[in-house]
Design a protein around this ligand. Structure first.
Ligand code: GDP
Ligand code: IMO
Ligand code: MG
Length: 446
C-alpha cells in the first residue's frame, strides 16, 4: 500500500495527466486536490485522446474511484460538459465523487478574471481567464459559494442574491460591464446542482476510509511548482498550491499519510502565460520544440513558450516538494537536436547563483549557465527499455538525475500510455530507481 502524490516540477503541462493515468492502474483512488478548469490534462490511450480539466486522470479505469477534492474550485458548466464528453466516449463516470467543501466558480468570477487582465495591460499575468483567481479570492475572503451551498436551493438563493449585488457594483462601476441578473444565475446553477448532486460527498471522509482500508491513493496535482501561489514566480502564478504539501490541505489528509512524491518534468521546459523564464528559446530551436512537442495549451490553445531544461528550478522543485523520484516526459521531442543545453546554474550581476531567487524581478535578471550535451539524432519513440535508448539519450537522463540528485523512475517517449519506460515501479517498488541519484544504473530489484 502506498499513497503517492504526482506533481508538476516546472510551470505546468509536464505530462501529469499521462503519468497519473499510467500509475492509476495500481491505484484504487485518484484525487485532484487543487486548481480548477485552468488545468488541462491529456491522456492518450490506443489512439484516443482524452482532455481532462477537473476529472482526475484515473477515470479511464472502471474500478478506480476518482475524487475532486476540497481544495479545488469547480466550474459546474465545464464539469458537466466534461462528464458528458467522457460518457459519450463510453466511459462510466459513476465512480466520480465531488467534494462538498470545494468552492464553485460563478459567472462573475470569469468576468472579473478577464476584465482585470485586460485592465492590467502589459502587466497582465496571462491567466487562463477561467475565473480561478477570483474564485480563490472569494474563498479567502470567506465570501465564496461552496458545493454544499449549491446543493441547498434556499441557501444558494440567499447567498447569490446578496453576492451578485456586490459583484454587480464591481462589474458596472469598475469594469463598465453589464450587470448580472441574480434570478437567471440562480436558475442556471440550480439546474447544475441537480446534475451534480449524485456525485457529491464528504471527500476527506471517503479518502480517510480508503486509507483505513489500505487502498492505494494517488493525489494528482494540477499546474506546477513554479506556478504555486506561495513558492512560484509570484505574481506570475496561479491562485492555489500545486506543490506536494497542497495535497494534504486540498484533499484533507495528514502529512503522515503520504508515502511518496513523484515529480513530473519535461526533458526541456515550457511555460504558458507571462513571467520570467531564463532558459526560454526565441529562435528556430524554440519553434522546433514547440512544433515537435505540439506545445499548444490544452485549455486555452495558447502557444507554450519553450526552452532548455533548467536544473536550478528542478532542484528547487525537489526541495519544495520533497520529490522521491522523477518522471521525465517528452524525451522524444529532443530526438532531432544536434546539441542539447541544460541550465546548471544562473549568473546574476556577474555572480554565480545555484538557487531559485524568490523575487520575480531578480529571477528575470538571471542568465542561464549551460552545459552542452551531444544529441542522439535518432528516434526514441519506440524505445521500451533503457537498453533500447541511444547512448547519448541515456547519458542525458543520467545527467539530469545527477543534477537533480533524485532517481528517475519513469521516462516518457510519446503521448501514448505505452510509450513509456518504467525503470522502477514508483508506487510499489523500493524507494529508488535503476538510475540512481548519481546517474549510475543500479541493479534491478524489480
Ligand atoms: P499536464 O497538464 O501536465 O497533464 O500536461 P498536458 O496534457 O497539458 O501537456 C502535455 C502534452 O504532451 C499532452 O498533449 C500529452 O499528450 C503530451 N505528452 C505527454 N507525454 C509525452 C511524451 O513523452 N512525448 C510526447 N511527444 N508528448 C507527450
Ligand atoms: P496544467 O494542470 C500551464 C498558468 C496560466 C497563467 C497562470 C495563472 O494543465 O499543468 P490562472 O488561470 O490559473 O489564474 O493562470 O498559470 N496556468 C497553467 N499553465 N498548465 C496549467 O495547468 C496551468 N494552469 C494555469 O497560463 O500563467
Ligand atoms: Mg496541461
Amino acid at each position: 500500500m502506498a499513497n503517492v502524490v504526482v506533481i508538476g516540477a516546472q510551470w505546468g503541462d509536464e505530462g501529469k495527466g499521462k503519468v497519473t493515468d499510467l500509475l492509476s492502474r495500481s491505484a484504487d483512488v485518484v484525487v485532484r486536490y487543487q486548481g480548477g478548469v485552468n488545468a488541462g490534462h491529456t491522456v492518450v490511450v490506443q489512439g484516443q485522446t482524452f482532455k481532462l480539466h477537473l476529472i482526475p486522470s484515473g477515470i479511464l479505469y472502471p474500478d478506480t474511484e476518482c475524487i475532486i477534492g476540497s481544495g479545488t474550485v469547480i466550474d459546474p458548466a465545464v464539469l458537466i460538459e466534461e462528464l458528458d464528453t467522457i460518457e459519450s466516449l463510453g466511459i462510466s463516470t459513476k465512480n466520480l465523487l465531488i467534494s462538498e467543501t470545494a468552492h464553485v466558480t460563478m459567472p462573475y468570477h470569469r468576468l472579473i478574471d478577464q476584465a482585470s487582465e485586460e485592465r492590467r495591460g502589459s502587466k497582465k499575468i496571462g491567466t487562463t481567464g477561467r475565473g480561478i483567481g477570483p474564485t480563490y479570492a472569494d474563498k479567502s475572503e470567506r465570501a465564496g459559494i461552496r458545493v454544499l451551498d449549491l446543493m441547498d436551493s434556499e441557501v444558494l438563493q440567499e447567498k447569490l442574491n446578496w453576492t451578485i449585488i456586490q459583484k454587480n457594483v464591481i462589474l458596472e462601476r469598475l469594469y463598465e460591464l453589464p450587470p448580472l441578473d441574480p434570478a437567471t444565475v440562480i436558475e442556471q446553477y440550480q439546474c447544475y446542482a441537480e446534475r451534480l448532486r449524485p456525485h457529491v460527498v464528504d471527500s476527506s471522509l471517503k479518502i480517510y476510509q480508503a486509507i483505513e482500508q489500505k487502498r492505494n491513493i494517488l493525489f494528482e496535482g494540477a499546474q506546477g511548482t513554479l506556478l504555486d501561489l506561495d513558492h512560484g514566480t509570484y505574481p506570475y502564478v496561479t491562485s492555489s498550491n500545486p506543490v506536494a504539501g497542497g495535497a494534504c490541505v486540498g484533499a484533507g489528509v495528514g502529512p503522515t499519510m503520504i508515502d511518496r512524491v513523484i515529480g513530473v518534468a519535461k526533458a526541456y521546459t515550457t511555460r504558458v502565460g507571462e513571467g520570467p523564464f531564463p532558459t526560454e528559446l526565441d529562435g528556430k530551436l524554440g519553434e522546433l520544440l514547440c512544433e515537435r512537442g505540439a506545445e499548444f495549451g490544452t485549455t486555452t490553445g495558447r502557444r507554450r513558450r519553450c526552452g532548455w531544461f533548467d536544473a536550478v528550478i528542478g532542484r528547487y522543485a525537489v526541495r519544495i516538494n520533497g520529490i522521491d523520484c522523477l518522471a521525465i516526459t517528452k524525451l522524444d521531442v529532443l530526438d532531432t537536436i544536434e546539441e542539447i543545453n541544460v541550465c546548471v546554474a544562473y549568473e546574476i550581476d556577474g555572480q554565480g547563483c545555484n538557487h531559485f531567487p524568490s523575487s520575480a524581478h531578480r529571477f528575470a535578471q538571471c542568465r542561464p549557465i549551460y552545459k552542452t550535451l551531444p544529441g542522439w539524432q535518432k528516434s526514441t519513440a519506440e524505445c521500451r527499455s533503457l537498453e533500447d535508448l541511444p547512448k547519448q539519450a541515456l547519458d542525458y537522463l543520467k545527467f539530469l538525475a545527477e543534477l537533480m540528485a533524485v532517481p528517475i523512475a519513469l521516462v516518457s517517449l510519446g503521448a501514448s500510455r505505452d510509450q513509456t519506460i518504467i525503470i522502477e515501479d514508483p508506487i510499489h517498488g523500493p524507494k529508488r530507481a535503476l538510475l540512481d541519484a548519481n546517474g549510475a544504473p543500479v541493479t534491478s530489484e524489480v
